[in-house]
Design a protein around this ligand. Structure first.
Ligand code: URA
Length: 484
């Protein structure tokens, strides 16, 4: 039996080197025992017996898909992972297409590990909550987090990009990540007692969470799978969940809204594939659930890198009025829902004054990921460029094709560019019904954030009245159109 001692639990380089050496010396998977003892002692193979085998002389290239999967699966907590990956590597010598056979038990298991690890990384990005802590150097932020798999090192660069201007530490039982505004470093695992328990940010989180909680969309099973209970004890907003669930039914009864549908796994898989690869003129998703799944995995431009998640449109699948904004803001990025922050509140107020029930509209954005730059602790909105708008039109077009609204309102210049396909001056085209090639009528008006930013109160009043008038005009066009 060949014993391989890896330096640590996520020692992919050590595993790779040892696996190469074992294979070259013809050590079969059943003859290798993989351990981690922290002693950084790499495999030192016995010289092969004369004439034992000649595996080493045969050229052997490992498929890229295998290397990528192995780098991810090795972060899984299962003790089986090193041996499983070596068994796959060994089999690839004689079964070069093995990785394509998804029904093979070894391939299926490794892929399951990969999926579990991706999910754990996603949860870490969504559920790390920093608490304020001070030290000799001043303000710092500390979070305690228990990832389902060993994803801390792999996920830390995301937090560097997201919180570049904050000094922070993420403490976990496996390893701790530290960002000091210049370098990302790692130290040994910590204890929950090392992290601060409460700070003023908790109240902010609770208020915010309660305000974005949508009882009509509550699915307890789906919510617990999205926000598994294992993460609750470190989430300030989790204390609210039982009460919000208990009151959801009564609140839902007051709301007129069509619940969102959960896409099937098959649909999600197809959406993820198309979100990355599909050329612009290919057939897009065929249901809104697939758009939502695809948007979250979209790699058609680079904005996904610094965003928490993709934010798809929200509203009834047969809405007759579609409202298109620019891109999700800070709060929308965290909530995964369009127009829930200050611009959303301004929009809600104007819709109510125009007599338009928001629950009967489909609200979406030209660009589905939040583009921003860090400034201090804040994330400052950055206007998406024409390339990003064009890349994301694939999703907006899919939403338009699926919802088939009678009227589309473009809120501001970026939305107008996406909806009309060319720069369209807001002031020049207000109060006009613009015929679109798909028989929809387009209307252009101000973006609510523009109204929020206007410094002069009188100008603000005038612009707001115009905004309400434009929404009233659009709703009039809807009512004048043939019934849905
Ligand atoms: N601004 C937008 O354009 N869209 C949102 O969803 C929020 C703010």
């Amino acid at each position: 039996m060949q014993v391989v001692r890896l330096a640590h639990e996520t020692d992919f380089d050590g595993w790779r080197e040892a696996a190469r050496s074992l294979r070259a010396h013809g050590v079969a998977p059943e003859a290798a025992l993989w351990t981690v003892d922290g002693a950084a002692e790499l495999f030192a193979p016995e010289p092969p017996a004369a004439g034992a085998n000649t595996v080493a002389e045969r050229p052997f290239r490992v498929p890229k898909a295998f290397v990528e999967l192995a780098a991810k699966a090795i972060l899984h907590r299962s003790d089986e992972r090193f041996a499983l990956l070596y068994r796959l590597l060994w089999r690839l010598q004689t079964e070069p297409n093995l990785m394509r056979i998804v029904s093979d038990p070894d391939v299926a298991r490794a892929q399951e590990f990969g999926r579990n690890v991706s999910r754990a990384a996603h949860k870490m990005k969504a559920f790390v909550r920093f608490r304020e802590a001070r030290d000799d150097l001043g303000e710092a932020y500390v979070s305690w987090f228990e990832p389902a798999h060993r994803v801390t090192e792999a996920t830390a660069p995301f937090f560097v990009r997201r919180f570049t201007n904050m000094r922070w530490s993420i403490l976990t039982p496996d390893v701790c990540a530290h960002w000091d505004l210049a370098d990302l470093t790692f130290t040994a695992g910590a204890d929950p007692a090392d992290a601060p328990r409460e700070d003023a940010l908790e109240d902010y989180w609770r208020t915010y969470y309660a305000s974005i909680f949508n009882p009509a969309r509550l699915k307890v099973g789906a919510m617990q799978s999205e926000m598994p209970k294992r993460y609750w004890r470190n989430l300030p907003e989790a204390a609210l969940i039982p009460e919000l669930i208990a009151s959801a039914q009564a609140r839902t009864a007051e709301m007129v809204r069509q619940p969102a549908t959960e896409p099937s796994r098959r649909v999600v898989k197809a959406a993820v594939r198309t979100s990355r690869d599909a050329p612009y003129d290919s057939a897009g998703p065929t249901e809104l659930g697939a758009v939502a799944a695809g948007v979250d995995h979209c790699r058609r431009c680079d904005l996904w890198r610094d965003a928490t998640q993709g934010v798809p449109g929200q509203g009834p699948a047969q809405a007759r009025l579609m409202l298109v904004g620019e891109q999700p803001g800070d709060q929308e990025d965290l909530a995964g829902l369009p127009f829930v922050g200050p611009a959303g509140q301004m929009l809600d107020r104007a819709l109510a004054e125009a007599g338009v029930p928001r629950a009967e509209t489909f609200v979406t954005n030209a660009v589905k990921h939040f583009k921003h730059e860090p400034r201090g602790k804040r994330r400052i909105h950055k206007t998406p460029n024409a390339g990003e708008v064009s890349a994301c039109r694939w999703w907006l077009d899919a939403e338009r094709r699926l919802v088939r609204p009678k009227v589309i309102v473009a809120l501001g210049g970026t939305a107008a560019l996406a909806v009309f396909g060319r720069p369209t001056a807001v002031g020049q085209f207000r109060q006009q019904a613009i015929q679109l090639p798909d028989q929809t009528q387009g209307v252009v008006t101000y973006h609510p954030s523009y109204l929020l930013r206007l410094p002069d109160p009188d100008a603000k009043k005038v612009a707001y009245a115009a905004f309400v008038a434009d929404l009233t005009f659009a709703w009039g066009l809807v009512k004048a159109s043939a019934p849905a």
